[in-house]
Design a protein around this ligand. Structure first.
Ligand SMILES: Nc1ncnc2c1ncn2[C@@H]1O[C@H](COP(=O)(O)OP(=O)(O)OP(=O)(O)O)[C@@H](O)[C@H]1O
Ligand SMILES: [Mg+2]
Length: 294
C-alpha cells in the first residue's frame, strides 16, 4: 500500500515537472525505481471475461453491452456514480442476480474461458470458486470459529484437523488471527465493525476461492480498519483475483492495478489505474475522478 502511494506520488511529481534542480534529480532517481517496478509487473492473464453483457431487472436495463476482461491475481476496481451498475456487474459474476424474479441477461461472462452459464457448470460449484464480501459485514450469529468454517461445514467437512487448519489459515489471510485466536469460541457479533469485516473476508477465503468480489467493503469502516483491509488486499492478490467496487477514488488509486469506470450502465473506460487517474482517455472519466460529477 505504501509502495503504491509512493508510486502515485512519483507519477504526480513527474507530471508536475518540478523546475528546481534538486527536485528534478530526486524525481529522476524515484522514476528509476518506478521503472524497475514496472518491469517486474505481473503479466495480464485474462481470468474473468465479460462479453457483450447486458443485464435487465424486468423493464429496467442496468448494464449495456459491457466488454471487460479482468486479469488473474490482480486487483480490478469498479468505479462510477451511484446506480451505474457496479453491484449488478459484481453480482452477475457469481450469478447472484439469478435469484431475482424477472431479471435476465444477454451476452456472456467467462471464467477461465468457460461460460458461467454453461449447462455443465453447477451454480453451487461456481459460487465455491468465488468469495463475496459485502458493504455491510454480515457475520452469522455464531462463534468466530463457526463463521470461518461455515462453507466447509456446508460442504460436509467435519474433520477437526481440517477445520482448525482452515480457521488459522483464513484468519491469518484476513489479518485477524492475532486479535481473534484466543476468542474463537466467542460470538462473531462481539467483534468490532472492522474486525467483523475482516472475519467476513476470512469466511470468504476459507474455501480457497479463485476470485474475491468485494462490494464497497470499507465504506462503513474507520480509516485504520480501512487501511488494514487495503493492506490485506495487497497481500491477498498474491493468491486471489480481486474485484472491488469502491466510491473512494483514493482507495481505487491505492489498491487497484486496473480500474473500470462505469456510467449509466456502460463501461466508459478501462485501463491501468495509474494511467486512468493521471491521463484518462475520456472526458467523463476525468470529470468523475476529479469530483466534478457523480
Ligand atoms: N433488485 C433490483 N430490482 C430492480 N432494479 C434494480 C435492482 N437492483 C438494482 N437495480 C437498478 O439497477 C441499476 C444499477 O444498480 P446497481 O445497484 O448495480 O448500482 P451501483 O452502481 O451498485 O450503485 P451504488 O453505488 O448506489 O451501490 C439502478 O438503476 C438500480 O435502481
Ligand atoms: Mg452498489
Amino acid at each position: 500500500m505504501t509502495e503504491k502511494d509512493d508510486d502515485m506520488e512519483i507519477m504526480e511529481q513527474e507530471r508536475q515537472k518540478p523546475r528546481e534542480r534538486h527536485f528534478r534529480q530526486k524525481t529522476e532517481e524515484q522514476a528509476d525505481i518506478s521503472a524497475e517496478r514496472t518491469e517486474v509487473k505481473e503479466p495480464f492473464n485474462p481470468l474473468i471475461e465479460v462479453v457483450n453483457y447486458n443485464f435487465f431487472y424486468g423493464a429496467t436495463q442496468a448494464l449495456f453491452d459491457v466488454d471487460l476482461t479482468m486479469p488473474e491475481k490482480q486487483v480490478t476496481a469498479i468505479i462510477g456514480p451511484s446506480g451505474c451498475g457496479k453491484s449488478t456487474l459484481l453480482r452477475s459474476i457469481n450469478r447472484m442476480n439469478d435469484l431475482l424474479d424477472n431479471a435476465y441477461h444477454r451476452g456472456d461472462i467467462r471464467i477461465r474461458e468457460q461460460s458461467i452459464y454453461d449447462a455443465g457448470l453447477e451454480v453451487t460449484e461456481l459460487r465455491k470458486r468465488i468469495g463475496m464480501v459485502f458493504q455491510k459485514s454480515n457475520p452469522f450469529p455464531k462463534t468466530i470459529y463457526e463463521n470461518v468454517v461455515y462453507s466447509l461445514r456446508v460442504a460436509g467437512q467435519n474433520n477437526k484437523t481440517v477445520l482448525n487448519e482452515a480457521v488459522e489459515r483464513s484468519l491469518k489471510a484476513a489479518a485477524l488471527w492475532d486479535e481473534a485466536k484466543d476468542r474463537l469460541d466467542e460470538s462473531a457479533l462481539s467483534l468490532s465493525g472492522g474486525q467483523m469485516q475482516r472475519l467476513c473476508i476470512a469466511r470468504a477465503v476459507a474455501n480457497r476461492p479463485e476470485i474475491l468480489l468485494m462490494d464497497e467493503p470499507c465504506s462503513a469502516l474507520d480509516p485504520i480498519a480501512t487501511a488494514k483491509i487495503e493492506e490485506l488486499m495487497y497481500q491477498l492478490k498474491k493468491d486471489y483475483t480481486i474485484v472491488i467496487v469502491t466510491h473512494n477514488m483514493q482507495q481505487a488509486a491505492r489498491v487497484a492495478d486496473h480500474t473500470a469506470f462505469f456510467y449509466m450502465g456502460r463501461l466508459i473506460e478501462f485501463g491501468e489505474t495509474k494511467k486512468m487517474f493521471m491521463s484518462p482517455d475520456k472526458k467523463q472519466t476525468e470529470e468523475y475522478i476529479t469530483g466534478r460529477f457523480g
